[in-house]
Design a protein around this ligand. Structure first.
Ligand SMILES: *Cc1c(COP(=O)(O)O)cnc(C)c1O
Length: 375
């Protein structure tokens, strides 16, 4: 496939060298023992195989997948790594986990009982320290402490912090203290609390194992948006048409936008079917080089209009590309405007756009650095 084959639809470029760079940045900050990569949901949409291969080459030896099938794919890509299944035994049998050497994260007493009946198995156990989503509630932990866990081998106790912005809030009952209090009566195993935001926060709370996703993909989940991460994914959409519209001209269904003055409007080949949020109707902008082009009218299934009045015509002509997010505009910025978590915008556009990978070694000729995959 060559570049012109994509000229009517958007492309996500994924920079694997930056993925590797973000891994090294996180590695440099994390003070615990085991740094694991969260690759759930097809590595946040970016593609399991290129992501796992890149991280394994950086020395990653722990992966966290969402379900059994995804974990099996990681197992095949990284035969020596520890592979955890966040969804536990919901989509898998304990026997299959044993055969594939996968570590299910058990989320309640029933699952633990089910695993014990199946025989010896290495597991992780999740505790609920306030997120109220999955994991053993404090009452269940107390009952677990009174139980014999054999023949299970508990590799780790894990919990998901309930705040991105304050992973180690100064509250007396912050997730770290709550977690340590909860596991105090339980047998010794690795303790896993830290997620992306935690790694850049209080080093005293890193504990033994980290589960990091967003930071590796260059997504800053903290409110300050100051983490030293490089964006990994960028999305560009092609210009399909440019038109000079008179004052009063309407753009979009049901007069979603009416030109207050004569305007030059570029129609882009990207829409909500490619993951561009409908909430960007008359909000936000794309970029042509450093030039901002506001979105006007609604977001259609495959088209979006932007105001390119006054922009250099050579940058906005049909066949040129607009940056939707990437270097000029961070993913996080556009997601904020759309009222979405940055990872929601990342995974939606990754699923909706053609993906193009830029390999680790820039010295390789361009043709062999690009490999393409359709959604
Ligand atoms: C998604 C997820 C993570 C990763 O969180 P990031 O903020 O993306 O680093 C860690 N642990 C669990 C249980 C998760 O579901």
């Amino acid at each position: 496939m060559n570049a012109t084959a994509h000229a009517d639809s958007p492309v996500m470029d994924i920079d694997l060298a930056r993925l590797a760079g973000n891994w090294r940045t996180v590695r440099g900050r994390y003070t615990g023992n085991d740094l694991g990569a969260v690759v759930k949901c097809n590595a946040y949409g970016l593609g399991l195989e290129p992501v796992v291969n890149t991280l394994s080459a950086q020395g990653c030896l722990q992966y966290w997948a969402l379900g059994y099938d995804e974990a099996c794919r990681v197992r095949a890509l990284a035969p020596a790594a520890e592979v955890f299944i966040l969804n536990g035994l919901r989509g898998a049998s304990a026997r299959d986990c044993h055969i594939q050497r996968l570590i299910p994260v058990l989320n309640d007493l029933d699952e633990i009982a089910q695993a014990r009946r199946a025989g010896a198995l290495t597991v992780a156990v999740a505790l609920d320290t306030g997120l109220g989503r999955l994991g053993l509630r404090p009452e269940a932990v107390a009952r677990l402490a009174a139980q014999d866990l054999s023949p299970l081998r508990v590799r780790a106790w894990i919990t998901q912090p309930s705040s991105f912005s304050r992973p180690e809030s100064p509250d007396r009952l912050n997730p770290h203290d709550r977690f340590l209090a909860l596991i105090a009566p339980l047998p010794a195993a690795s303790r896993s609390l830290a997620i992306s935001a935690s790694v850049f926060a209080c080093p005293g709370h890193h504990l033994d194992m980290a589960r990091v996703g967003s930071a590796l993909y260059g997504v800053d989940t903290t409110p300050s948006r100051t983490l030293p991460l490089k964006p990994v994914a960028s999305v560009h959409a092609p210009v399909l048409r440019v038109a000079d519209l008179p004052a009063g001209a309407e753009i979009g269904y049901d007069q979603q936008f009416r030109c207050p003055a004569p305007m030059r409007i570029a129609t882009l080949g990207i829409g909500y079917a490619h993951g561009l949020p409908y909430a960007l109707m008359n909000r936000g902008a794309v970029y042509f080089g450093p030039h901002r082009a506001p979105i006007v009218g609604g977001i259609s299934m495959g088209l979006t209009s932007v105001d390119v009045s006054g922009l250099p015509p050579r940058l906005t002509a049909p066949g040129q590309w607009a940056e939707v997010f990437g270097e000029q505009q961070r993913l996080e910025t556009l997601a904020d405007i759309a009222g979405l978590p940055a990872n929601a915008l990342l995974s939606a556009t990754a699923a909706g756009c053609g993906r193009r990978y830029h390999a680790l070694h820039p010295e390789q000729p361009l043709a062999s650095r690009l490999s393409e995959s359709l959604p």
